[in-house]
Design a protein around this ligand. Structure first.
Ligand SMILES: [Zn+2]
Length: 73
């Protein structure tokens, strides 16, 4: 699925996975490359995690879902 910004959910998921490993490290925006992408954990259900990302620099926003099983345990 590709939005008007050209960034796929898979690209955002990759960013989130690395962010989970190093939550204190700044994340670069996939649209403009600026470090400081905001990632908010909006998970509300036991089976699926939701993450909302937003970039204060270019206005990029994308919310992606990640199934718990996809994280390999
Ligand atoms: Zn940006």
């Amino acid at each position: 699925m590709t939005g008007a910004d050209g960034i796929t959910a898979a690209q955002v998921l990759t960013l989130i996975q690395s962010w989970r490993l190093k939550p204190t490290e700044p994340v670069a925006c996939p649209a403009c490359g600026t470090q400081g992408l905001a990632i908010v954990d909006q998970s509300a259900r036991p089976y699926r995690e939701w993450y909302a990302t937003s970039c204060p620099g270019c206005g990029f926003k994308k919310t992606v879902a990640m199934s718990m099983g996809a994280m390999g345990g």
